[in-house]
Design a protein around this ligand. Sequence first.
Ligand code: ADP
Length: 579
Amino acid sequence: MTFRTRIFLAAFITTALSLTVSTVLVSSELRRGFRADIEHTLMQHARLAAELLSDRTTVTDPESEAQQLGQHIDARVTFIDATGQVLGDSDVTRDRLPGVENHNARPEVIDARAGGSGTATRPSNTTGVETTYAAVAVRNSPVSIVRVALPLTVVDERVRGIQQLAAVGLGMALVIAAGLAWGISILLSGRLRRIADTAGRYARGDVSRPSFEYGQDEIGTVARVLDTSVRELGKRLEEMTSERAQLAGILTGMFEGVVLVDQDRRLVLTNDAARQMLQLPADAIGRAYKDVMVDPDVMSMLSSALTGQPTAPREIRLEHSPNGAFIANVVRVEHTPSGGAVLVLHDITELRKLDRIRRDFVANVSHELRTPLTAVRGYVEALMEAPPPDDADRRRFLEIIARHTLRMERLVRDLLRLARLDAGQELLERTPVPIEHVLSDVETEMSDALDHKRQRIVHAITDDAEVVNADPAKLHDVLRNLIENAINYGPEDSEIEVCASRANGATTITVADRGPGIPTSDLPRVFERFYRVDRSRTRDPGGTGLGLAIVRHLVELHDGTVSAARRDGGGTIVTITLR
Ligand code: ADP
């Protein structure tokens, strides 16, 4: 049933009921009033008749007197003697009088005899019709009681007439009430519908103000209160949404993995980094962390935090990153209804790697310096020993000292260079450089070594690669380092091939020798500082183990790449690409 129908029915039924009840009450009151009036009138008539009859020693023709009186007052008049015998009755013919029963037992007659007057309303024994009687005692007369009676059919007729009128009135009133109730229900339901439409609009996110007024009554007040609440909630929702967006942005941008679990041990929130580190499935949110995580360390930390035990940050390993190192910290979430714990995973793999590189580097530098220093000290002591060595030995010792000193000098020079490159202190000054010029400079510098091993540099440079846009000094150092390695590791009487070509906007230069080559497993590592394929073999050529590391730095300064490979038919080929 619609609200409008309900309002209509409520208003209509209330009005109809009250109208009907008041009509019924009024008509019954009318009936009672009429009866009281009739009783009063009858009593007056009875008293008048009694007055007329009193003090009359004889009443010669009571039948006709009763008839006449009855006609005058338009009511039934009965004369009763002291024995209760009916002497005359306006409604009973003379011949039937003897048959009328004794009236002494009639209640109104009993009352009249006892107190002078009496009334009663009951069905007439004679006519059977509901009748009102008024009896009055007569003084000093053969007629002891005069009784006046009127059948109530008259009253009923009058009351019925009024009831018919009231029914017509009631019918008209009900039609008007129905119209009014309908109008009120349409007005009310219309307002409520507009308020409901506005609420629906708010629910869909459009919180612009409605164009109509809510009104000043109770409905209007309720609507206004709800309106204010909705606006307030909308504002809070907006704030929460923007806070959530900010939080999501922060979490997405974080390198640290963040996982939030609630008191029921279910995942509430994770960021990309955490999903990646813990390899969480896509549907992890809402599931118990024990079902989606495999890392015992993480789970035990979460469990401790959730059970209120103190947890300290600690370094852990993750199943999905066996080579990685992570610091995990779990904090209990206080002051929220749902409680829970936040896990933060910090990836320190790179830090650990850098730390290891630093420690290795320091150890390597110490080691590389200690060897020549020990040699130098040994030979200096030998020179100072008595008896002093002969001239030939002294010369040999001094040559060894000079060689080791040179080695240390080179080492320190290369270390300083790397330090400058690390610190970004070497700037790139690009200019068009003819590769052939650089090559011939290097060849001249290395001519002694080349001659010593009877090696030659042959080069093949394509036309488009003749000039490269690079820093000439740095390109020189790159090629010098590579050619030096090729001389050192290449066999005697061999050729060192240098090729240059251009493709896809980059110049590729290769330096190849016919030496022993670099084992495949060592190829990616030869560019690391101090990495040597075979320490015992490579110590002698006098390298520092830093040459290729410097080469890589210089090439990368040019936005280029460098790689080493094994050469078909034996040997090493180092390729650099400059952009
Ligand atoms: P080094 O000063 O020892 O030559 P590099 O950094 O230049 O140091 O080279 C690193 C290591 O790579 C060398 O010790 C050597 O084992 C290997 N290597 C470099 N170039 C060659 C090459 N042309 N042939 C064979 N091995 C090479």
